[in-house]
Design a protein around this ligand. Structure first.
Ligand SMILES: Cc1cc2nc3c(=O)[nH]c(=O)nc-3n(C[C@H](O)[C@H](O)[C@H](O)COP(=O)(O)O)c2cc1C
Length: 381
């Protein structure tokens, strides 16, 4: 990896990410691929190969992984709360480590972006307040009229349920450590549960978790602090998005809210803050406004800052060179290019992502994107 293009040189220096030093600044964004065991949320041998193929990333952030049954909202997504799920992740983390990489587990609770079919008691999904997301839940083969059915109304979590919710995050973080992950990323982005508390449109609570901005940020702070009791803070990252995500709701004043969230996460010694700017996958509206907020969040946060969202390698190198980010995550480019750092080093060529195989299915569109050099299957047949 020494003869990289001079245009991309900024992406090829070491960067400290909390407890470890990444060998490059080309990170892999979390990507839900919906290929886990349907009923158990366990991983298969394909997952080990998929992630090992991408171990050249400075850091891999795993696909979003539910912290509890209540936290699931899509068919075939992985979990990190049962013993069997932990066991199923071990070959994946081993494969990444054997290939020289590092992998964090993205801890996920979808909140309202769910459906009773996923809920442990078949009841309503939970959120900050009662509301019905716009759009459809992806239930896969769980209902005869699937795979997509209209969202139903979520109910507001009671104040006395929040300690149990926070304990679910603690438990999942313990499970992630046991499964061999190098750390965890608390998913506070894209209008999922923690973001539903942060965004004014989905939070009309009158207890300590609603009303003022400080109160809307409380769940995020408490979850992050709880996870940092289980893992060293330098192994805990956080993902935020000032805009975008499913469900159709936003914050009324993201330019104030999200820099405040970044400030609230400073001083904790976290591994990193990972921020999504508006992009063609998660949406988020006006790009210039989004970029302005992301830059204000960079200023407000005191640690390693990772940017994401429609970055091409040239712009990523420019952002790092100009100090707007310490590293950049690539989503769709990493999905389609397992050896992305090698390809960026020589300025391409790049495989195109195939949207038809993003979610669900098997090896096709998952482990069969060609590398310039083939990566062997880490698991013997
Ligand atoms: C197939 C797919 C699955 C995704 N799954 C997740 C996810 O599990 N967690 C998450 O935070 N973002 C998820 N995202 C958003 C990406 O991490 C990223 O923010 C988005 O794709 C923009 O980056 P890009 O332009 O480099 O692809 C997903 C995006 C795609 C395309």
């Amino acid at each position: 990896m020494t003869d990289h293009s001079p245009d991309h040189a900024a992406l090829f220096s070491n960067v400290k990410v909390g407890a470890f030093e990444a060998p490059n600044r080309i990170f892999m964004a979390p990507l839900t691929r919906s290929r886990s065991e349907a009923k158990t949320g366990e991983q298969t041998g394909l997952h080990a190969l998929y992630y090992a193929q991408r171990a050249g990333a400075g850091l891999i952030v795993s696909e979003a992984t539910q912290i509890s049954q209540e936290g699931q909202g899509y068919a075939w997504t992985p979990g990190i709360h049962t013993d069997a799920q932990v066991e199923s992740w071990k070959p994946v983390t081993d494969a990444v480590h054997n290939a020289g990489g590092r992998i964090f587990c993205q801890l996920w609770h979808v909140g309202a972006i769910s459906h009773p079919v996923f809920q442990p008691d078949g009841g309503q999904p939970v959120s900050a307040s009662a509301w019905t997301p716009e759009g459809k839940a992806f239930v896969g083969d769980r209902l005869d009229d699937g795979p997509q059915v209209a969202f139903q109304e979520a109910r507001a979590l009671r104040t006395d349920e929040i300690p149990r919710l926070i304990e679910d995050y603690r438990h999942a973080a313990r499970c992630a450590a046991e499964a061999g992950f190098d750390g965890v990323e608390v998913h506070c982005a894209n209008n999922y549960l923690i973001d539903q508390f942060i965004r004014s449109e989905t939070n009309d609570r009158t207890d300590d978790y609603g009303g003022s901005l400080d109160n809307r940020l409380r769940l995020m702070r408490e979850v992050v602090d709880a996870v940092c009791e289980v893992l060293p803070a330098e192994r805990v990252g956080v993902r935020l998005s000032p805009k975008g995500g499913p469900g159709g709701t936003e914050d009324a004043n993201p330019g104030e809210t999200y820099p405040a969230a970044a400030r609230a996460l400073s001083g904790k010694g976290l591994a990193y803050l990972h921020v999504i700017r508006p992009n063609s996958h998660t949406g988020g509206g006006d790009k210039d406004e989004g970029v302005k907020i992301v830059k204000a969040m960079r200023e407000a946060f005191d640690g390693c800052f990772i940017a994401n969202g429609n970055f091409e390698p040239d712009e990523a190198a420019q952002w790092v060179a100009e100090g707007h980010a310490d590293a950049v995550t690539f989503g769709r480019l990493f999905l389609a290019n397992p050896d992305l750092p090698t390809r960026i080093a020589q300025s391409g060529p790049y495989n195109d992502p195939d949207e038809d195989t993003f979610y669900g299915g098997g090896a096709e569109g998952y482990t069969d994107y060609p590398s310039l050099e083939k990566v062997e299957d880490p698991l013997p047949a």
